[in-house]
Design a protein around this ligand. Structure first.
Ligand code: Z5A
Length: 212
């Protein structure tokens, strides 16, 4: 803890292909970190509860059609509309575990063929995560997990391209976890990484901005 007792929370992001297990892990991580006495919230993007989120939801469920660039900017706007709340939560000491973030935005849109730098631009200025965990699974193995539903993007060929985009985006700071391990083993690894990260933030690591 810093001496003033005003230590901030950590921004922890989980990324990966559809069905890699992000949702399962977020729901396990929350109570286990709370059990250690941390203040934690679980967030996800897209946040389908906002006005922009509802447009995204209609698009993903094929109830509306949008230009590739327009939907990309909506996903980004959905993060921007939560940015000030995110900063306030972190500064008040709450750790956020976030299911998908800017990396999903860029990986999915660039998998459609949009230019990578163009995709990154609207994300610049959002808060940078303190930890990015990539739950690594092949598109084939992910598809075996109960099969895909009817949402846009839930197709093997497209998921292969998304995996390549993630690979291009990843850097040495990402923690790669084998998403085919038993759920409990992944949970143990994530908990250790999250606790380390929370302590680093408590010890004074400052907030920064993504891709700037
Ligand atoms: N998208 C975008 O284009 N641009 C953006 O900026 C953002 C998103 C933010 C909707 O996201 C789509 O939006 C998404 C990316 C795009 N499209 N795709 N594909 P979403 O968050 O609403 O949907 P999703 O991320 O794809 O979530 P999901 O289907 O809920 O998958 P998941 O959370 O990674 O997996 P899960 O629900 O935890 O697990 C899936 C199944 O596997 C389930 O039956 C589990 O019991 C099982 N499971 C989980 N872990 C294991 C292990 N370890 N072993 C065996 N089985 C497991």
């Amino acid at each position: 803890n810093n001496s003033k007792g005003d230590s901030r929370g950590a921004l922890i992001v989980l990324e990966g292909l559809d069905r890699c297990g992000k949702t399962s892990q977020c729901s396990r991580l929350l109570p286990s970190l709370e059990g250690l006495g941390h203040s934690v919230e679980s967030w996800r993007f897209p946040d389908r509860n906002t006005g922009v989120g509802q447009m995204i939801s209609a698009y993903l469920s094929n109830q509306s059609q949008l230009d590739d660039r327009a939907i990309h900017l909506l996903f980004s706007a959905n993060r921007w509309e939560k940015r000030s709340l995110m900063e306030a939560k972190l500064k008040s000491g709450t750790t956020l575990i976030v299911d998908r973030y800017s990396y999903s935005g860029v990986a999915f849109s660039s998998a459609k063929g949009l230019d990578l730098q163009w995709c990154k631009a609207p994300e610049v200025g959002l808060l940078a995560p303190d930890l990015v965990v990539y739950l690594d699974i092949s598109p084939e193995k992910a598809a075996e997990r109960g099969g895909y539903g009817g949402e846009r993007y839930e197709q093997l060929e497209f998921q292969r391209k998304v995996a390549q985009s993630y690979h291009t985006l990843s850097d040495a700071s990402w923690k790669i976890v084998d998403a085919t391990l038993p759920i409990e083993d992944i949970e143990t690894q994530l908990k250790e990484m999250a606790v380390d990260c929370i302590n680093t933030c408590k010890n004074g690591k400052s907030l920064s901005h993504i891709w700037s």
